[in-house]
Design a protein around this ligand. Structure first.
Ligand code: 13P
Length: 253
């Protein structure tokens, strides 16, 4: 059966009071969320501890981190480790978001280590991939995205990659209001699934969650999520509004 996954990436937005208000609103809406959707919110790291306390005992939503490092502890000023996240009950961790690849120079090798470190502690990585506009226009976008996946995920074992959620986020669609069409997104999602099936077997390919990100909004989520290989979305801007996030999370057929 097709998975249904909706994750909100709040990025570096909202001060603490605003973030608490948004969380409160989401909790007020909890009975309205489709209970068969795997719902995840990724607030700024700073707020995870307090959010984990507030959400203790809530099983309709899980928390994810936006970033984490490769080792458990040590002299890595400013970093957060998967084992620390695990100690708060955090279940997911975003890895390889295009903003981290671009502004923090995160490369294939580092990302592969980050993925492994999260898995080692039982967290599910939400691994992002996606091409810039020049790459899309130059028509090598399929090879580009496949390379991102092969370089950082193909060192995993089959039972490990099954726990990874892959988020296809074409960079030209992030925060631009310019969404990939359902056909454009489906094309890449199908390609990712078939490449994973080929490498790890049909069962793994069928089970791996592949979600779309890039200006996903209440008015386009239904069409995107209806595509055969799109298992949901990684939502940026629209996840900062409780009504929009609810509408997107309930956009599965
Ligand atoms: P937007 O939904 O704001 O385009 O952001 C997408 C994203 O980067 C989610 O990780």
């Amino acid at each position: 059966m097709k998975r249904k996954i909706v994750a909100g990436n709040w990025k570096m937005n909202l001060n603490y009071n605003e973030a608490k208000d948004l969380l409160k609103k989401l909790i007020e809406y909890k009975d309205k969320f489709d209970t068969t959707t795997e719902l995840i919110i990724c607030p700024p790291t700073l707020y995870l501890s307090a959010f984990a306390e507030v959400l203790n005992g809530h099983d309709w939503v899980s928390l994810g981190a936006q970033n984490s490092y490769t080792v458990d502890n040590g002299a890595f000023t400013g970093e957060v480790s998967p084992s620390q996240l695990k100690s708060l009950g955090i279940k997911y961790g975003i890895v390889g978001h295009s903003e981290r690849r671009e502004f923090f120079n995160e490369d294939y090798t580092l990302l592969s280590k980050k993925v492994k470190a999260l898995l080692h502690h039982g967290l599910s990585p939400i691994f992002c991939c996606g091409e810039q506009l020049q790459v899309r226009d130059s028509n090598v976008y399929k090879e580009f995205v496949m390379k991102q996946i092969e370089a950082s995920l193909f060192g995993l074992k089959a039972d490990e990659i099954e726990k990874v959620i892959i988020a296809y986020e074409p960079i030209w669609a992030i925060g631009t209001g310019k969404t990939a069409t359902a056909e454009q997104a489906q094309e890449i999602h199908a390609l990712i699934r078939s490449r994973i099936s080929k490498e790890f077997g049909e069962k793994v390919g069928a089970n791996v969650g592949i979600i779309y990100g890039g200006s996903c909004k209440p008015d386009n989520a239904k069409e995107l999520f209806a595509q055969k290989d799109i298992d949901g979305g990684l939502i940026g801007g629209a996840s900062l509004n409780a009504d929009d996030f609810l509408a997107i999370a309930n956009s599965f057929e």
